[in-house]
Design a protein around this ligand. Structure first.
Ligand code: NAI
Ligand code: AKG
Length: 538
């Protein structure tokens, strides 16, 4: 196997890869066209923020299986395209946190005390200007942290050590996390704007966070506010920042990440009180070794078929789920398969409802860098459903994309209860011909059961072979089914009958062997049978 490395990555990770008998080829400064041309010759590619992996890069993916991002932000990678092509995107969350948090703290001090300007003035202009360099202290100030993830949390600890009061805005974290850090979590971003002396951003670049700070938001902030962006260019609108620095509304800012990088001709560089670094947040020896080692281990695991973590486009790791959730996950996939076998017509919508306390807390946190943010049960149900007609081309990774390409609307919801079920996975499928509802649950002892099909209650284990029968609820039908199956030497292993006031009955007849089409045709001839289908759970 062979891995392409397109940017500088610490030696430690590369050594680890070589020890696992995987070759490495370093090719720096490739043009996008050159990268697209050669990427398919490699099993994996390792990049940093300077390499963009776009749809065009992946036109001929060849044998590429893994894109490794030596860092956190994956906004430089087209995740949707990688997922559609079955390529795993792996990053190294948390590995460069301390470097980024320390740089941010330094940026705050630069902005508060103008250290780089004082340094320049003495060293290069030989001026002893003590009056000019009056600053303000971090102690006693209010710091607004936007995004209380890995970096935001470490920035909070450092700012608190300096005596600052920390507020945070992050609608996706647990309240206890902020509480444990001694940070006041606010509900609205506006509160950060109104109360903070310094605002620092630590979110990924997403649809929500792009242009989160424009003139409108800056105007709501305190006069003389200090802004720090060591997360991603584009979170603060650079044009509006430029105007606000010029007008004095923003006293100073510290920027490590820019809308367009390299940012050597960025107009912000012309302004005093704009303190800049060339995207070096992660550049410490320690963090680069961490990133390189963690990433290398995960890539090697993925390539050698061992368990791996941090895959951005498979936002859940089955091994990390509780045993119960793993059973529900498998059950969801079987339910999807059953739905595909029972449903008629072209599907237009699939709704998954997670009912009960077992699903109250999300199994996976919201992942910001993936286009679809479903819980694993939804993905499993989708995979089970789509796989029936599309076989191996559907994976956990691409199931939501395949659904989208088929114009199937997918929705996910939670409910406290449903009829008298406490914990239930419900799958509702709408097609151009019908709507079907299937419900499944787990018994106390871990037994998986399908318990609902439309208006019928049932109790079948999702394994083996069944005949699904809908018939007019009249005497003799079941006997006739038994006789025909007996004559064909097909053994009945179980019978699950459900009746409805409507005058119809639904049965799942468990069989030891799969009935031939000839058998199904014979059974269809029985009077009062409305529908009969063979169902196979793999
Ligand atoms: N300058 C550099 O070299 C480095 C930059 N970074 C960047 O810093 C950022 C933070 O990195 P980590 O803390 O490691 O990521 P993380 O994923 O641990 O934390 C991100 C936090 O942002 C929150 N968030 C997402 N959308 C939000 C929204 N609309 N409003 C408020 N909060 C929101 C999430 O809930 C999460 O807690 C990322 O963009 C990463 O790429 C990270 C390391 C080095
Ligand atoms: O080291 C890099 O490539 C940039 C680090 C970074 O921005 C990140 O990890 O998100």
């Amino acid at each position: 196997m062979k891995i392409l490395v397109t940017e500088h990555v610490a030696q430690e990770g590369l050594d680890y890869i070589r020890k696992n008998n995987i070759e490495i080829e370093g090719k720096m400064n490739l043009t996008p066209q050159e990268l697209a041309q050669i990427i398919g010759n490699y099993d994996a590619v390792i990049t940093r923020s300077g390499t963009r992996i776009t749809k065009e890069t992946l036109t001929n993916p060849g044998k590429l299986k893994v894109i490794g991002r030596a860092g956190v932000g994956v906004d430089s990678i087209d995740i949707a395209e990688a997922s559609k092509k079955g390529i795993i995107v792996i990053n190294a969350p948390g590995a460069n946190t301390i470097a980024a948090a320390e740089l941010t703290t330094g940026m705050m001090l630069n902005a508060l005390r103008k250290l780089p300007t004082a340094h320049y003035s003495l060293k290069y202009e030989r001026k002893w200007d003590r009056k000019k360099f009056m600053g303000v202290e971090l102690s006693g100030k209010t710091l607004g942290i936007v995004g209380l993830g890995h970096v935001g949390s470490e920035v909070a600890k450092r700012a608190k050590a300096f005596g600052a009061k920390c507020l945070a805005y992050d609608p996706y974290i647990k309240k206890t996390k902020a509480l444990d850090l001694g940070v006041e979590l606010v509900e609205q971003f506006d509160e950060i704007l109104e109360r903070s002396d310094i605002i620092t951003f630590h979110t990924p670049l997403t649809k929500e966070t792009k242009n989160m700070m424009t003139k409108k938001e800056i105007d709501k902030a305190k006069d003389g506010v200090i802004l720090i962006n060591c997360a991603r260019g584009g979170i603060i609108n650079e044009k509006d920042l430029y105007e606000s620095i010029k007008s004095g509304k923003v006293a100073a800012c510290g920027i490590d990440t820019f809308e367009k990088e390299p940012a050597t001709d960025n107009p912000l560089l012309d302004l005093d009180n704009v303190f800049v670094t060339p995207h070096i947040g992660a550049n410490s020896n320690e963090s680069q070794i961490n990133v390189s080692l963690i990433l290398a281990q995960q890539i090697v695991n993925a390539l050698l078929g061992r368990p791996y973590q941090n895959a951005i486009n498979i936002p859940f790791i089955k091994d990390k789920m509780s045993k119960e959730h793993r059973l529900y996950f498998d059950l969801a996939e079987k339910m999807g398969s059953l739905a595909a076998q029972l449903t008629e017509g072209r599907p237009s919508q699939i709704d998954i409802v997670m009912v009960g306390t077992r699903f109250e807390e999300d199994v996976v946190e919201k992942a910001f860098d993936v286009p679809f943010n479903y819980q694993p049960f939804t993905i499993a149900a989708l995979k089970g459903f789509l796989e029936f007609s599309m076989s191996d081309s559907v994976s956990y990774m691409n199931a939501p994309y395949v659904a989208k390409e088929l114009d199937i609307i997918v929705s996910e919801a939670k409910a406290k209860n449903y009829e008298n079920y406490n914990n239930l996975l419900l799958m509702k499928i709408a097609t151009d011909k019908q709507t079907k509802i299937i419900g499944s649950t787990l018994f106390e002892d871990g037994t998986q059961k399908i318990v609902l099909v439309d208006e019928f209650r049932t109790d079948i284990a999702p394994k083996g072979i069944y005949l699904y029968v809908i018939n007019k609820d009249k005497p003799g039908t079941i006997g006739k089914i038994g006789t025909i199956l007996g004559n064909l030497n097909i053994n009945i292993a179980g019978f699950h009958l459900s009746r409805q006031k409507s005058g119809f009955a639904m049965s799942f007849v468990e069989l030891d062997t799969q009935p031939s089409q000839e058998a199904i045709n014979l059974l269809k001839k029985i009077e009062d049978i409305e529908l009969i289908k063979a169902i196979v759970f793999n």
